[in-house]
Write a protein that binds this ligand. Structure first.
Ligand code: SF4
Length: 206
């Protein structure tokens, strides 16, 4: 394939030099006939530059088959790795679910692990605060646990006014974001339900 592309690029370059001879030779119809591409959907539509371009996945790298982490559609992915670093993530044509396709979120999976804006520290903005503070993970986890326990105790409903069993709290709700993956959503739903919190929602297809 590389040789084909190289010869095509050479041909295009040679064609470019030849075409300088006359305007008629550059006319698209003439190009289509001379280069045996009557519909102009292949060779004629390419410039010397585009014919010489190489796909990002062309370099010899290790390919790991995976599944998109974002939603329950479960599209297949091919993860390209070089020297322990992910270089690209593409749809897997062998997947019977997605046949090589990824939605925009799945196609951007590489940035989930390599994005420069990814946060690695807990950020906390206290009530009425105007700036973010950094907390240790232990401190943040303790704060969350204390507040959930206190809110659950204050808002617990054993039964309604007619005596029907409720055993729930409406004091806590969970709203998930698009970057939560299937496993995280499973754990969140399990935790919230076991605590009696019934307001659980997520944007993704779970
Ligand atoms: S987020 Fe998109 S690419 Fe990923 S599994 Fe769902 S539909 Fe497929």
């Amino acid at each position: 394939m590389g040789a084909d592309r190289g010869s095509e690029a050479n041909e295009l370059s040679a064609g470019g030099r030849e075409d300088r001879g006359g305007l008629a030779a550059r006319w698209p119809l003439v190009q289509q006939l001379r280069r045996r591409d009557p519909a102009a959907l292949g060779r004629v539509a390419r410039s010397a530059r585009s014919a010489a371009l190489r796909p990002r996945t062309a370099e010899p790298v290790h390919v790991v088959r995976s599944v998109c982490p974002y939603c329950a559609v479960g599209c297949g992915q091919r993860v390209y790795v070089r020297d322990g670093e992910i270089t690209q993530i593409e749809g897997d044509p062998d997947s019977p679910v997605s046949r090589g396709r990824l939605c925009p979120k799945g196609a951007a999976t590489k940035s989930l692990v390599t994005g420069p804006l990814r946060e690695y520290r807990v950020k906390y903005r206290r009530p009425y605060g105007a700036r973010w503070e950094e907390l240790s993970l232990d401190e943040a986890m303790d704060m969350i646990a204390d507040r959930i326990i206190a809110t659950r105790a204050e808002t617990w409903e054993d039964a309604d006014e007619d005596g029907r069993t409720l055993r729930r709290s409406l004091g806590v709700a969970n709203l998930g974001g698009a970057t939560l993956d299937n496993e995280e959503n499973y754990c969140i739903k399990k935790l919230m339900t076991s605590l009696g919190f019934v307001q659980v929602e997520n944007q993704a297809r779970i």
